[in-house]
Design a binder for this molecule. Sequence first.
Ligand code: NAD
Ligand code: DAU
Length: 354
Amino acid sequence: MPTHKKTILITGGAGFIGSHVVRLFVNKYPDYHIVNLDALTYAGNLANLKDVEAAPNYTFEKADITDESRIREIFDKYRFDAVIHLAAESHVDRSIMDPLAFVRTNVLGTANLLHVSLSFWREALEGKRFYHVSTDEVYGSLGKEGFFTEETPYDPRSPYSASKASSDHFVMAWYHTYGMPVILSNCSNNYGSHHFPEKLIPLMINNILHHKPLPVYGKGENVRDWLYVDDHARAIDTIFHQGKTGEKYNIGGFNEWKNIDIVHLLCSLMDKKLGRTPGESAKLITYVKDRPGHDLRYAIDATKLNKELGWKPSLQFEEGLEKTVDWYLANQDWVTAVTSGDYQHYYAQQYVKR
Ligand code: NAD
Ligand code: DAU
């Protein structure tokens, strides 16, 4: 897509990845008007965007993506040229507790956005773009060998991944049936600043800091492929501007880690930062009941994105992890704000009985 003036709707911009994408676009493209649409669920936090909220090319709209009349009203007001869709329920453990919330937002919400976008764009689809941000979890679980490529068949196994897989299928259905100019990416596990402390890395950082047990599911042998969140935001920028309509791109770090190794790495990093005796934080490691249907291994082959569009990750994991720990230690007010209220209730339900 050329970079002349345009108005872009970014959904889920108050969340973890969305806030990094909004920041990148607002700062890098002063000619774009970025409208961040977010329902501000427990995971959405406008404090994530304090540094850009006064920018002249940024606007926030509070709305739920499942609310058709409200989404129509917002489309009517701004007449978007493009949508970058990140709004979702994103935590696997919550999807096991409350699967229908995931069907509602991830499936119905995505279909609603497609439906409204098409109704505004139908007469002039040329130059429009609907970018759907998805996950590698749609591909299911790998054994010890192999990688997910763009051709790997979908095999989702949690309510979260099933809802994301379904949303991907709706996006492609709009492409094939209505000629909607869609593009899609499937990314591996992100980490970095502003990550809600229900997910592995920020939860462990928070618990290490407060001398709380470090709940490792099962034997801690499950493997994830970790990517620094700013690298994901850069990939989204690249794909949005240079990707081919109707195509999907895998995004990943070529950076596989067992959960238990990450927890040990964080413990030793934080022992140093907090002036603790080496080995002190690791004593907090507690093996707990496994996640039901726990996918063993994810590993992304991001060759297509590298070969066709020239993207590659910029940071080594150890460096990114240290930056992340430093951010959490320097931003305890943010952590305190997001861990009050609903978080305490969720934490008790998720961990106390394990
Ligand atoms: P997040 O949970 O941190 O943020 C989600 C955002 O969506 C929040 O701001 C929330 O308020 C908003 N939202 C939720 N329901 C909404 C609704 N009905 N209407 C409007 N807004 C709503 O999620 P994240 O980790 O930033 O993930 C963003 C996207 O990237 C998701 O689509 C997720 O599936 C995908 N993804 C995440 C990762 C990861 O590692 N976190 C990896 C690959 C893909
Ligand atoms: O792969 C991309 C996906 O990565 C995204 O689509 C999801 O939105 C994102 O949440 C993430 O899903 P995971 O389930 O892989 O992330 P999570 O941080 O919840 O867990 C990472 C691993 O750590 C997983 O194997 C489960 C384990 N774990 C997690 C928590 C929260 C623990 O052992 N203990 C924990 O307390």
